[in-house]
Design a protein around this ligand. Sequence first.
Ligand code: TRP
Length: 452
Amino acid sequence: MATSERANFGSKIGIILASAGSAVGLGNIWRFPYLTGEDGGAAFILVYVCCVLFFGVPVMVAEFLIGRRSRANTGQAYDVLAPGTPWKWVGMMGVLAAFLILGYYGVVAGWTLEYTVASASGAFLGAKDFTAYFNDFVSNPWRPVVYMFLFMLLTHVIVVRGVKEGIERCSKVMMPLLLLIICVLVVCSLSLPGAADGLTFLLKPDFSKITGEVLLDAMGQTFFSMSVGMGCLCTYASYFTKDANLMKTAGSVALIDTSVAVLAGFVIFPAVFSVPGLSVDAGPGLVFVTLPNVFHLAFEGMPGLGYVFSLMFYVLLVLATLTSTISLHEVATAYLHERFGFSRRKAAIWVTSICTVLGVLCALSFGVLNGVRLGGMTLFDLSDFLTAKLMLPLGGMFISIFTGWYLDRRIVREEVTNGGRLRIPFFGFYIFLLKYVAPIGIASIFINELIR
Ligand code: TRP
């Protein structure tokens, strides 16, 4: 498709905020804190930051340059850069992953919406037993389905409006708001009695906690949280302007993504430590079961504050999640739109419908469909396993091999330096990371997940 017909982001800040919007999501505020809680706090965070620098950033730059060079969605980008080769399957796997991830991510997205509504109505803090609240809600035959569907509709409406008017505009409003809310929450949380223990947990590394498994958790989390490995950012980069600095953009996105994850830790752990008897290794329930207890107990004498704190927290989750679901939706929508010539609206309707069907199946797997298992996993767990644990690492590995070994070095240099206009000091080191460090590192996660 000719460059002039294709949508573009309008500004550099729009490019950074939209990409950061994709990256910052449930991965940062829900998944990162619970992994940090399970995997030993500060030591896990250190390992995670290394993974971001050595795997996350290089693969992100690779996705950016594939997308901007080809000016095509992930599903077709490899046909442009490597016509007639099997590399196209890397792109196709990305499109498939987008459908699958959105299907189960949409379920958790729906939970965040329900918790926001319940917080706002006051129904939430009235509940005493949050484990029961959570379990009743997720196993209900229709409520999680309705909220999942509402979230899909919200995503749909934004994607249909287009790249500049929908995605960029909404990221430009939501991302600053999100950063503001999280900073306010950090201050509130740090002022709770007992916050110091939470800080120690986050800042004082205990290196004996770093096991092989912790390393692998950190690597998997890096891909998931940075939205890399399936061409999500590749599709966004196909809308980048020619003057965007790819390295700098990736650096900024990585910095924002990691900061939000760590700040989420600063909101959650001081709060959890301020209530005696609550455990930091609550797993996926940390944000939906443990944290509500904090809102309830830590603010017992000041119900007004508890109300505001919980409402702000779940609004934060919704905002972060929405900018991520639109990026997943866009991958599939752009593919159907450009590959099959559907109008954007028609393509989006297809994506929303298919993901809603997948979402219903995943949502019900906590209740009526709980008995339907494949390899011992519910449909929800299966989707998470297939995508986060298999498809993303595999995709990330192929993307780094494609860029490091297959793609003409001249093309890589041209994209990274914008045709020689930018000076990139560590270009050789970047190529080294792409050729050796990333593929070998990623292959080891992947193999480990397979044999576990
Ligand atoms: N990165 C998002 C998060 O942290 C989720 C996400 C959006 C994603 N797009 C993606 C994950 C593409 C993997 C691939 O919540």
